[in-house]
Design a protein around this ligand. Structure first.
Ligand code: FAD
Length: 554
């Protein structure tokens, strides 16, 4: 169940293997796209290496709206193929990790003069269900005005003329990426974080490997592989440039921002997808003790390595909320956290940022470098299948490999037969934790994050000093698990991408960051200086996420 060897403790051995072994495929980039490709390829029998220059999922794959969704708005753009593929994938990905990809009903209010008409919406959602082959009990239901307002009494009553409820799934993008990565690793892929690909190595003008750099020690080594996939999301064109093959289509980056407010400040009863005055549509999603709101969609040509929400971004989302839920009246001071990410879209002449297609596209350079860009979290598995088909066709055409079967490979943490099993397991965990003095919501958090790996965390928790504060004992047990099984290197890896606490429970981070730094420092052998720099980096991130400095300066 656990991922033995997927720990920074084994990093030197993993780097040595990257240096000394010959691989069939090198995947560059450890977001969902790279992770999906590594899993698909290794499960078909290829020998795979994957390098990620920071933490896994540190790019766009931890900065999305965190929905496994069909993309209702793509219907508006008449992208039927995309809706069909990602729509159908929702149920597949849910089955691969039912604890992590959880059904979520979405309310779509229809208001006077803004959204599509009632009949068009009814038809559109029916088409959406049909394209995605949604089972009958989950199909869309149209609502009267009164029903819509019962679902969400906070809505501005004057203009509501009806609504609809339809099925989507929510997830945690960083954890989904990590579980796909761990599953690839368990099957034999060598996946290492904080290792960047710098330059390509060529044989007869064909890419034959890459010079890679261990970002922790700055040591360089050469990695050999006949097939190389560039899955670096917003950085795809940087590697195409390094390969001297950036021509024709290129990326168009747009920034999307989410803000997080305390649940009591935006107590929506379920996820809502509503339209705002400029014609865009925005989500408000309740999650544990907070609600989050997003997203913006603006052209971006700033620093790709440092993407943050601005006060203007936050004000736009706050205005949208206050217009739609007039009794709420959020202000900048309510923003508890935020995140911003870049959509790596394909540029199309004459189209505005929100009109650009979300379809993925594969580029093959004259040297044989395969680059993949665009796409969605939801469609990662099908994208991976297409890329690995191409890799096999181009490089190993005369050998026999298995057909793609990732639709049947359960992700790490999933030993459940169905979603009902998840619910039963969660209840059992809640009972066990109640006995240890912890509240019920903790079980939901743990099982949602770690699935059945929660057993290991609880076992560790029960062995902790009984006199220790229970919440501290729990967070240190999570840390123990993440250090030994989830390749954390920094404090932020733990607090942001393994636990999601910086996004969704920032008070818990503030409360325990020193104790966690102390314990992680003990595991990893940090000096006092390193410990301080880790806490400083976390504090800087938190200040940016809370917009602290930027609000103070206006
Ligand atoms: P990334 O996650 O960015 O991964 C690329 C990785 O490559 C990075 O980790 C980077 O560090 C690494 N890298 C870069 N250069 C190098 C190098 N030289 N060497 C090694 N590694 C390198 N999709 C959905 O399905 N549902 C949603 O709700 C949703 N919401 C979204 C909301 C927003 C605001 C945005 C921006 C996107 C959203 N998406 C959503 C789309 C989805 O998040 C992306 O399509 C997906 O995460 C892209 O993953 P990726 O692996 O291609 O890129």
């Amino acid at each position: 169940m656990a991922s033995h060897g997927f720990s920074v403790t084994f990093r030197e051995q993993l780097l040595e293997r990257l240096r000394s072994e010959r691989f069939d495929l090198l995947v560059i980039g450890g977001g969902i796209t790279g992770a999906g490709i590594a899993l698909d390829a290794v499960s078909r029998g290829l020998k795979v290496a994957l390098v990620e220059r920071e933490d896994f999922a540190s790019g766009t794959s931890s900065r999305s709206t965190k929905l496994i969704h069909g993309g209702l708005r793509y219907l508006k753009q008449l992208e039927f193929g995309l809706v069909k593929e990602v729509g159908s994938e929702r149920a597949v990905v849910h089955n691969l990790a039912p604890h992590l990809v959880i059904p979520e009903k979405m309310l779509l209010p229809l208001s006077e003069g803004k959204s599509l008409g009632y009949l068009l919406t009814s038809f559109g959602l029916k088409l959406y269900d049909w394209l995605a082959d949604v089972k009958k009990s989950d199909q869309r239901r149209m609502l009267t005005r009164a029903q819509t307002l019962r679902y969400e009494p906070l809505l501005k009553k004057d203009f509501i003329k009806g609504g609809a409820i339809y099925a989507e799934y929510r997830t945690d993008d960083a954890r989904l990426t990590l579980e796909v990565m761990k599953t690839a690793f368990q099957r034999g892929a060598i996946c290492v974080s904080y290792v960047a690909a710098r330059d390509f190595l060529y044989e007869d003008k064909r890419v034959a490997g890459a010079r890679i750099v261990d970002e922790l020690t700055k040591r360089e080594l050469d990695l050999r592989a006949p097939a190389i996939v560039n899955a670096t999301g917003p950085w795809v064109d940087d590697l195409r440039t390094a390969d001297a093959s950036l021509s024709g289509k290129r990326l168009h980056l747009t920034k999307g921002v989410h803000i997080v407010v305390p649940r009591e400040r935006l107590p929506v009863q379920q996820a809502i997808y509503f339209d705002v005055s400029d014609g865009r549509m925005i989500f408000a999603i309740p999650r544990g003790r907070v609600s989050y709101i997003g997203t913006t969609d603006t052209n971006y040509d700033g620093d790709k390595d440092h993407v943050v929400a601005t006060v203007e971004d936050a004000e736009y989302l706050i205005r949208a909320v206050n217009d739609t839920f007039p009794s709420v009246q959020l202000s900048l001071n309510d923003v508890e956290s935020s995140w911003a990410g870049l959509r790596p879209l394909i540029h199309e002449e004459g189209k505005s940022e929100s009109e650009l297609s979300r379809k993925d596209e594969i580029f093959v350079s004259p040297s044989g470098l395969i680059s993949i860009a665009g796409g969605k979290l939801t469609g990662y598995r099908k994208m991976a299948e297409r890329v690995v088909d191409l890799v096999i066709h181009r490089h190993f055409g005369d050998q026999v490999f298995r057909e793609c079967f990732t639709n049947r490979i359960r992700l790490a943490g999933n030993t459940f037969g169905s979603y009902d099993d998840v619910v039963a397991y969660r209840d059992a965990v809640a009972r066990q934790l109640a006995g240890a003095g912890l509240e019920e919501y903790v079980a939901e958090y743990l099982v949602g994050n770690y699935g059945q790996q929660t057993d290991l965390i609880i076992r560790h928790f029960l062995q902790m000093d009984a006199a220790m504060n229970k919440d501290l004992a729990l967070i240190l047990s999570e840390l123990w698990f993440c250090f030994h099984h989830e390749m954390i290197v920094t404090l932020l890896d733990f607090f942001l991408r393994r636990t999601g606490l910086v996004n969704f429970d920032i008070m818990r981070v503030e409360r325990w960051k020193s104790e966690v730094a102390e314990e992680l420092g003990r595991y990893a052998g940090w000096s006092a200086e390193r410990k301080k720099s880790e806490i400083d980096a976390l504090d800087t991130y938190i200040a940016e996420a809370r917009l602290t400095k930027r609000i103070a300066s206006i």
